[in-house]
Design a protein around this ligand. Structure first.
Ligand code: ATP
Length: 248
């Protein structure tokens, strides 16, 4: 039987319509509670991989054409986001979509939809844990989310995902467009979430940040795994230094 809380992606092929093959036979493993970073140029297939795992490929044209995805004993191949969330796999979407007209608190509450029913006390404890990670959200809990800064919205999107108490958190470009100080805050939170035992699969354009956070990294190129290994080792390879870390 598959070990619990392990993400096991095997030979995954995903296409958009008939002509665009975004992933060709990609295999990837996230052991329980580990941080794995996905690197690669624009269009390499990173978001597609996350979306296939979380069940959020665009319904009109995205489809898994081959291979398999499992989280522990649960097969997620071709399943919907509800199935992924129920299994403990939750994605923070790219572009930090929050419900602008709802308050911070209401956004967090929405993060529990589709998860196992919990008592009010448990729900409150989970919300307090999120507020503990992001004190600024506690200060603004009654404000409309649309009034938050970009960084605060990213925190809220992460907090909302954490309300589902994921066993694996999928992060798509968490640092995109954020000021360095906010990026630090987000990175600390990722570490804290990891310390609390949650696995993380993170897509990040900021390769230096991703390699610093991750235990293991995987470089995608044109929908295939080009390199992979312990983050420390990868960050010393010539290819990664030149192409992703901007060194000579
Ligand atoms: P980026 O950082 O630019 O988001 P990425 O590595 O996440 O890059 P994907 O977004 O997964 O890459 O895209 C992989 C390929 O699939 C690209 O060629 C892209 O143009 C194509 N693609 C992505 N989404 C769709 C879609 N909804 N319909 C058609 N093609 C798509």
């Amino acid at each position: 039987p598959a070990p619990p809380d392990t993400l096991d992606v095997r030979h995954l092929t995903v296409a958009y319509g008939r002509s665009v093959h975004a992933l060709h036979g990609v295999s990837l493993h996230v052991p329980p509670g580990r941080i794995v970073a996905l690197l690669g140029a624009n269009g390499a297939g990173k978001s597609t991989l996350l979306r296939a795992v979380s069940g959020t490929l665009p319904l009109h044209n995205g489809a898994v054409e081959g291979g398999s995805i499992a989280f522990g004993p649960t097969v997620l191949t071709g399943r919907d986001p509800a199935a992924a969330v129920a299994a403990g796999v939750v994605q923070v979407p790219e572009g930090r979509r929050v419900f602008a007209a709802l308050t911070v608190e209401e956004n967090l509450r929405a993060g529990q939809l589709g998860t196992a029913r919990r008592s009010r006390a448990e729900a409150r404890a989970t919300a307090e844990r999120v507020y503990g990670l992001f004190p600024v959200l506690a200060e603004r809990r009654h404000q409309a989310a649309g009034l938050l800064s970009g960084g605060e919205q990213q925190m809220l999107a992460m907090g909302r995902a954490l309300m589902a108490r994921p066993r694996l958190l999928l992060l798509d470009e968490p640092s995109l467009g954020l000021a360095p100080q906010v990026v630090r805050r987000i990175a600390e939170t990722v570490r804290e979430v990891h310390r609390q035992g949650t696995g993380v699969l993170v897509v990040e354009q900021n390769a230096a940040l991703a390699l610093e956070l991750a235990d293991h990294a995987c470089v995608l190129e044109n929908g295939r795994v080009r390199l992979e290994g312990p983050a420390g080792e990868l960050s010393r390879t010539d290819e990664v230094r030149r192409l992703y870390l901007g060194e000579e």
